[in-house]
Write a protein that binds this ligand. Structure first.
Ligand code: HH2
Length: 278
């Protein structure tokens, strides 16, 4: 498999790529409130593309620990105008949502990747994506954002996350989503302690070995705060290190806020390691 099919876009799997985060929310944990106006969000989207994002991930609902759900109409109001303006450009647009109605509207507005922290478990989500030609990102989460960090427990975090993702990939394929449209994500910070997150990153190559492209989202997350002692505004270098460690273990895509810094790190990695990753 040489590329990921993402609507009319083809993303080469031969080298690692960057997904730039664009949260159109008042309350996201690190960039909440910065891009709530459509013009500012669109401008930020173009900036992330220039800095090296190969995909833009647009979200209208924070899924940080303890976040409360956003009414459907409000989530649509936040994301759809931004997608309409950014879709059809040089890079595919991803919609970060758990809600089928938002998936549907976002796909109609031109999004070609559905990034669901709930791994398309909502009724109708698999069918909605199967009816499109979009790619999907299936992510592992234990519990739901409101309570997921209360007391996450696993016997074997890597094994359980991998088994869950294999089951969801099988469900997606059975629903008619071809394998070359599927991305998997272990879901750092979603119902995981610091130790769970570190174990997942340490053992990431086991998930990669299952053969699907793997997306990793560690950017500015609290596990990096726990390790470095840095506030969320001061986690760029920790985030870049984490992205690089993920790529070194075979991650194909890293979901980041700090695109320029990550692109520089990956350019150095690429120059040294080069090579064909397929
Ligand atoms: N993390 C967040 C949101 N969406 N999607 C995937 N596939 N993987 C992730 O790790 C992931 C995700 C949380 O980060 P962020 O969007 O920066 O914050 P918030 O949820 O507060 O908007």
């Amino acid at each position: 498999m040489a590329d990921l099919h993402c609507g009319r876009y083809r993303l080469s799997l031969e080298r690692p790529l960057i997904m730039g985060i664009l949260n159109v929310t008042p309350d996201s944990f690190s960039d909440g409130g910065l891009f709530t106006e459509v013009d500012r969000a669109v401008e930020r989207g173009f900036q992330l593309m220039e800095e090296g994002a190969a995909v833009l991930d647009i979200g209208g609902e924070s899924t940080r620990p303890g976040a409360s759900p956003v009414p459907l109409q409000e989530e649509l109001r936040r994301v759809i105008p931004v997608i309409e303006q950014l879709a059809g450009g040089p890079v595919p647009i991803s919609i970060d949502t758990r809600h089928v109605e938002v998936m549907q509207e976002a796909l109609a507005a031109g999004a070609t990747l559905v990034n669901d922290v709930n791994a398309l478990r909502a009724p109708g989500a698999l069918e909605c994506c199967a009816a499109s030609d979009a790619a999907v990102c299936l992510m592992h989460m234990q519990g739901s954002p409101a309570t997921m960090q209360d007391n996450p427990v696993y016997d074997d975090v890597l094994g359980e996350v991998t088994r869950f993702l294999m089951e969801r990939a099988a469900a997606a394929e059975a629903a008619g989503i071809a394998r070359n449209r599927i991305l998997l994500d272990p879901g750092f910070g979603f119902g995981k302690t610091v130790a769970h997150n570190l174990a997942l990153l340490r053992g990431l190559d086991a998930l990669v070995a299952e053969g699907y492209p793997v997306l990793v989202g560690l950017s500015r997350k609290s596990v990096l705060g726990a390790v470095t002692g840095r506030a969320v505004t001061d986690r760029v270098s920790g985030s870049v290190a984490a992205a690089l460690l993920a790529v070194m273990r075979g991650a194909w895509m890293v979901r980041v806020h700090d695109v320029a810094a990550t692109a520089n790190a990956l350019a150095v990695w690429q120059a040294v390691e080069g090579g064909d990753r397929t």
